[in-house]
Design a protein around this ligand. Structure first.
Ligand code: DGT
Ligand code: CA
Ligand code: CA
Ligand code: ZN
Length: 575
């Protein structure tokens, strides 16, 4: 439903419709996205009455969509444009204005059309484009092509849960698990790999292909099946015996690089390891006893290793470490006590302070940091000093009514082009904390951009840096920053770095966290929620933090409210 509303907004924009109308659809899409699955049922029953931001026109359309699965208004609108048009909106640097010109002037109706037009040099000649834009578009097309078929981790989580539940409910299934890149918490996944232990593999495979989420069957055999879901995600299932299960789970969890290293370690011990079990090899004779294996940990133990959590299995030093000592106990969702960086209706969020607070309380958090945009970010309705002061007052007032929970008054302040902050020190000093982020001038070279962010970190009031690179996974690369330099600077200035939990961001990237941790830089796992539903992104953020080797003590928001108060009340240099 949210996607249909978003596409309507884009198409109306293409048609130069009234901007307020466009905004109503876009806003409606955000609201729908902020709800859980229950909104479909509500829409179907015609019970969307009273939801702020969803007027009568939208209500009727959502009702039609929820009850019939389609929407006449949308279908007719879409029919006015070529089929491949939406692909263009996925490209970095292309919005409705430019797409409109490309379509009108060059008849471009798909990514393939655009690629041909760029290669023929026709785009550079268009008003408002130029050679540089043409070059950037070709780069964006290359990124688009290389990410084809990839999904965001956060976009497949619900599907994984449903399929696992369905498999587990089958009477012939014993143990079951999801393996592959999903289990390793890769930020993007290509396909999903499920595994079951069963005595009736063919039956389970057949049942898998009949699940309601399945759109088409790619293959179905005696021990494996492959299907494509309604959303186009490929899901593989392998059915093995209970004895083989730990080996299959270890093997299909990967990564391939981790497995290759593990196998060579096994060979050194006279063991050959594959997805079915250990067999004797080399110096070990076939009559020698093989290690007894009931679960994955037994496999690692047999190879002289401490257990390695799935998130760490990337062959980036985890095997060497596990040979020496137990790996660190990684942070867990239940250990988070609060969060920073959340938006409300004051800037570009869809829920109010009260609504956001209620959700955080429901989740058992002790504190929720509010960080709406600052004044220079007008596209996101950033707050000026006066509106910020009013919000702080409102937060203090609401706080008197809470028990065991507090809102924190913060701001997501823009880091201006020269590295200065969007508010003066006096204004910043009134806040409990501040998240500083780059939202403009993305094209600065790496050195200038790095200096810009470091300068922001030198500000005494900047508690943490938000979404370090501004990347949107599968959509746009981050701007150029020298991660190593930023981490050093964060360590020197005692500035926290955010792990932004938005599935499209997951920024700073997991590959850098171990280094940051080792330099004493703290991480804040922040949902960057623009709705109550957005707070739930904390779960995916924790998985990426684990992938980055982070422990409880490395994550600021595992601290209690009292500890946070002390932390924020201490000068940066002494934190
Ligand atoms: P992706 O691309 O997001 O689906 O990533 P994975 O890691 O889920 O890759 P996938 O689905 O092709 O295979 C699942 C796991 O199976 C992989 O992580 C390791 C194992 N595997 C698959 N093919 C090979 C192989 O040729 N050699 C080894 N050693 N392992 C493999
Ligand atoms: Ca996979
Ligand atoms: Ca696979
Ligand atoms: Zn931001």
């Amino acid at each position: 439903m949210a996607e249909v509303l978003e596409e309507i907004a884009l198409l109306l924009e293409m048609k130069d419709e009234n901007p307020f109308k466009v905004r109503a659809y876009r806003h409606g899409a955000e609201i729908v996205r902020g709800f859980d699955d229950s909104i479909v049922a509500l829409a179907a029953r015609g019970e969307l009455e009273g939801i702020k931001g969803i007027g009568e026109a939208l209500r009727d359309k959502l009702h039609e969509l929820a009850t019939t699965g389609s929407l006449k208004f949308y279908d007719e609108l879409k029919a006015e444009f070529p089929d491949g048009l939406f692909g263009l909106f996925d490209l970095q640097g292309l919005g409705p204005k430019k797409v409109k010109v490309l379509h009108r002037e060059l008849g471009v109706g798909s990514v393939a059309d655009l690629k041909a037009a760029c290669e023929a040099g026709k785009v550079a000649g268009l008003a408002g484009f130029g050679a540089k834009t043409q070059h950037h578009l070709l780069e964006a097309i290359t990124l688009h092509e290389s990410s084809a078929g990839l999904r965001l981790l956060g976009d497949v989580s619900t599907l994984v849960g449903k399929l696992l539940d369905a498999l587990q409910a089958h009477p012939a299934v014993g143990r079951s698990a999801v393996a592959g890149s999903f289990r390793r918490a890769k930020e993007t996944v290509h396909d999903l790999d499920f595994l079951v232990a069963t005595k009736a593999p063919a039956d389970v495979c057949l049942a898998f292909t009949k699940l309601p989420q399945v759109h088409s069957v790619i293959a179905c055999g005696a021990t494996k099946a492959s299907v494509r879901t309604e959303d186009g995600v490929q899901c593989d299932l392998r059915a093995v015996s209970n004895a083989e299960f730990p080996f299959a789970l270890q093997y299909f969890t990967g990564s391939k690089e981790h497995n290759v290293a593990l196998r060579s370690l096994a060979l050194k011990r006279g063991l050959s390891l594959n997805e079915y079990g250990f067999t004797a090899s080399g110096k070990r004779s076939a009559t020698d006893e093989l290690p007894e294996v009931h679960d994955e940990a037994d496999i690692y133990r047999a190879l002289g290793l401490h257990f390695i959590e799935p998130e760490l299995r990337e062959n980036r030093g985890e095997i060497e470490e596990a040979a020496q000592r137990p790996l660190p106990r990684l942070v867990e969702l239940a250990e988070l006590r609060g969060t920073f960086h959340n938006h409300t209706t004051a800037s570009d969020g869809v829920h109010t302070l009260e609504e956001m607070a209620a959700e955080a309380i429901e989740l058992g958090l002790q504190y929720l940091g509010i960080a709406d945009h600052s004044k220079s970010l007008t596209v996101a309705n950033g707050l000026d000093e006066e509106r910020l002061a009013a919000q702080i007052g409102e937060i203090r007032r609401l706080n008197r009514g809470f028990e065991g929970f507090q809102l924190l008054a913060g701001s997501e302040v823009d880091i201006l082009r020269d590295g200065t902050i969007d508010f003066v020190d006096d204004t910043l000093a009134r806040l409990d904390y501040c998240v500083a982020s780059v939202h403009t001038a993305f094209t600065l070279d790496e050195k200038t951009m790095t200096r810009r962010i470091c300068r922001a970190m030198e500000n005494e009031h900047v508690t943490m840096i938000g979404h370090l690179t501004g990347r949107l996974l599968l959509k746009r690369d981050g701007y150029a920053v020298d991660h190593a330099r930023i981490i050093d600077c964060a360590a020197e200035t005692r500035t926290v770095i955010e792990l932004n939990c938005n599935p499209q961001r997951l920024d700073m990237d997991w590959r850098w966290w171990k280094r940051a941790r080792d330099k004493g830089v703290l991480c804040s796992i922040n949902p960057d929620a623009h709705s109550t539903g957005g707070i739930h992104y904390l779960g995916i953020g924790v998985r990426l933090a684990r992938k980055g080797w982070l422990r409880r003590q490395d994550v600021l928001n595992t601290r209690t409210f009292a500890e946070i108060t002390t932390f924020l009340g201490t000068p940066k240099a002494k934190r």
